[in-house]
Design a protein around this ligand. Sequence first.
Ligand code: IMP
Ligand code: MG
Length: 173
Amino acid sequence: MSGKVTQMIKEEDVDSRIKELAAKIDEDYKGEEIFIVCILRGAAFFACELVKRIKAPVTIDFMQVSSYGAGTVSSGEVKIIKDIDLSVRDKNVIIVEDIVDTGNTLSTLRDIFEHRKSKSVKICSLLDKPDRREVEVDIDYVGFSVPDKFIVGYGLDWDQRYRNLPYIGVVET
Ligand code: IMP
Ligand code: MG
């Protein structure tokens, strides 16, 4: 495993796209309070940048679900490792994720938050890898659509490495 990274989306482009997403969210929610659920660990960088640019009142909480571990192939199983601490009852929830791959994680999370009687549930993902979809899932806000490659940077890791890259890259394994 070499792990050489090639830049795919530069930092300035990621930042300006996040600004656009925040503006779109503000336009859609019209000043109503928003409850951001950040999916750890990958979405943390994206969620912070996004939340800083939203003007509506925002609450943020964090949840961790099972992910790839050291491999690069999804197991198709979703397990809650750390749940949010606050109640989402009657709240406008936006689940913020780093990337939608098979769709298993987000379709399960959407069900979980709908069962918790939130007022609304939307999904916002920095990246979308549509070629690998196994489960249909509506993504309300997407930063960029990416090809079926292993993506790192801006919070996304390859065996815990490369989260700190300020741009989005592709790792050659
Ligand atoms: P899904 O359930 O298959 O949609 O998987 C989504 C999760 O897999 C994401 O939250 C990421 O943690 C991880 N993942 C999927 N593709 C990539 C990738 O290209 N790079 C890094 N992590 C990925
Ligand atoms: Mg993840």
